[in-house]
Design a protein around this ligand. Structure first.
Ligand code: AMP
Ligand code: MG
Length: 484
């Protein structure tokens, strides 16, 4: 692979030296390529008939010509407390490539060993967490939600100490950018206005090119407004699909609005508004129903970092877009999920009452909306059967049917549209766990199979019905910790 099929750049290195440290990956032993994302590789502009060609890169044993690995420096607020010591503690940005469609890709090798920012960490990632990140980034992509992607996963034999001894693995995570809110916090609180301005203009040049030619004040305002709006829309997307991130620290917020850093995440099974998926988050700071508010908090942290390069009133005006964008986008998502194309002033009440009902009666979130998407074609049973007390379902269905009478679309047309927004298949935690259990035995076929299903979450896949079932009791509310 001496000749690269894509255009190589490493624009991150144009930032001041304080933004990174050069680090050589620490090699792993007994490495195997266990999962390779061929479709993504094609999109990025290359093809490989033999994924094993990439094993040595994934294992930190080899670098391709042009790779110049760096650990990125950032800081951030973790659980509301500022931590100046952060940075890539176990991941390295190897290079950036540009695909045939002009799209940029950062290649980030997660689990590549210690860096100056590792603090007490070993610089490694374990197989379990690496699989979880791979699965979820691809599941999110399948759902149409902005996310980092998983290019390939390499397992190794090196032992890694977590709560028990586990084995090491690496993930080649790719994204248009790995720059986080925390990069700006680092620049502002440790480097000064010039560094903030340099970083800001770098981000605009690479990821917001439509703003480049605007006068400085307007350019920065429009940029920050877009960041705020993308963040608000992303979180509305999460809420609509029942996704809990689990660790919404400001260092886990991507400046381009991708879902970033998959740790103890969960998709809701039985709807629970206050669900906390991260068992180290005892106060529930990042509970499902707090995510929209925390999204704004993170934008406020970013805003503080921009104070030296933008006018305070302008920043405040940009921040105001968060709430309006979130509310509008969330409302639209829920209208789509309910199949309501006409507007009615009472719809928000219907939406909130629906959430209250799902919460009070512990109704499976995904099955409920998928059931609604087939109401007239398959009947009410798939929805009614989710309720212990059928009268609750009947009462709600009657109200819903009444509301549907205001709609002008034909039933089949509406339900077709609903099936494009209400997934049949989501990455339930227990499904991920089953895949992990097999992988630990050396069998990666279940992972491949699940990934195939999650690629098309809205399609009926008759051979894969088992993946659409409600979770078994053991699979609900699984304890997922941060120790990845
Ligand atoms: P996370 O909770 O994964 O977002 O990580 C928070 C910070 O801890 C980041 O700076 C990570 O790079 C760092 N970190 C997490 N796990 C490790 C590890 N095993 N070794 C070194 N640094 C780590
Ligand atoms: Mg992180």
């Amino acid at each position: 692979m001496s000749e690269s099929p894509f255009h190589i750049e490493h624009r991150y290195l144009e930032l001041p030296r304080s933004f990174y440290s050069r680090v050589t990956p620490a090699p792993l032993s007994g490495a195997h390529m266990v999962c390779f994302n061929h479709a993504l590789a094609r999109q990025m502009g290359f093809h490989t008939s033999n994924p094993d060609d990439w094993t040595s890169v994934g294992a930190g044993q080899a670098l391709l010509e042009g790779m110049d690995p760096v650990a990125m420096k950032y800081t951030g607020h973790q659980f509301g407390v500022y931590n100046p010591e952060l940075g890539d503690g176990r991941g390295l940005l190897l290079w950036e490539t540009v695909g045939p469609d002009g799209r940029r890709w950062d290649w980030h090798l997660k689990g590549a060993g210690q860096t100056p920012y590792s603090r007490f960490g070993d610089g490694r990632a374990v197989l379990r967490s690496t699989i979880r990140e791979y699965l979820c980034s691809e599941a999110m992509h399948g759902l149409g939600i902005p996310t980092t992607r998983a290019l390939f996963l390499v397992s190794a034999s090196d032992p890694v100490r977590r709560e028990t001894i586990e084995s090491a693995a690496t993930l080649m995570r790719v994204a248009r950018s790995h720059i986080r809110f925390g990069h700006f916090e680092f620049a502002a609180h440790h480097e000064g206005p010039e560094a903030v301005a340099t970083l800001l203009e770098h981000v605009i040049a690479l990821h917001f090119p439509h703003l480049i030619d605007l006068p400085e004040d307007e350019r920065r305002q429009r940029w920050f407004t877009e960041v705020v709006e993308r963040t608000a829309r992303l979180i509305a997307d999460w809420q609509a699909v029942g996704f809990c991130h689990g660790v919404m620290n400001s260092d886990n917020m991507a400046i381009i609005g991708d879902t970033f850093d998959y740790g103890p995440y969960a998709f809701l099974d039985d709807f629970d508004a206050g669900y906390i998926c991260n068992h180290t988050d005892q106060g529930g700071r990042y509970a499902y129903n707090r995510q929209p508010r925390i999204g704004l908090t993170n934008c406020q942290y970013l805003a503080s970092a921009l104070l030296t390069v933008m006018d305070e009133d302008d920043i405040r005006r940009c921040l105001r877009h968060y709430e309006t964008t979130y509310n509008e986008h969330f409302r639209q998502r829920m209208m789509d999920k309910l199949g309501l194309a006409e507007r009615d002033d009472a719809d928000m009440t219907l939406i909130m009452d629906t959430f209250s009902m799902l919460h009070e009666h512990h109704i499976d979130y995904t099955l409920f909306f998928r059931g609604l998407s087939n109401l007239h074609s398959h009947g009410t049973a798939p929805v009614r059967d989710l309720f212990v007390d059928r009268s609750v379902a009947d009462e709600w269905l009657e109200r819903y049917e009444q509301r549907l009478q205001q709609e002008t679309r034909a039933h089949d047309e509406r339900e077709h549209a609903m099936r494009r927004v209400n997934p049949k298949y989501i990455l339930r935690n227990y499904l991920a766990q089953q895949v992990i259990d097999s992988a630990k035995e050396g069998d990666f076929a279940p992972m491949e199979e699940l990934l195939k299903v999650l690629e098309r979450p809205f399609d009926e896949q008759p051979d894969s019905e088992k993946y659409a079932a409600a979770p078994p009791d053991w699979g609900k509310r699984m304890d997922i910790s941060c120790s990845s």
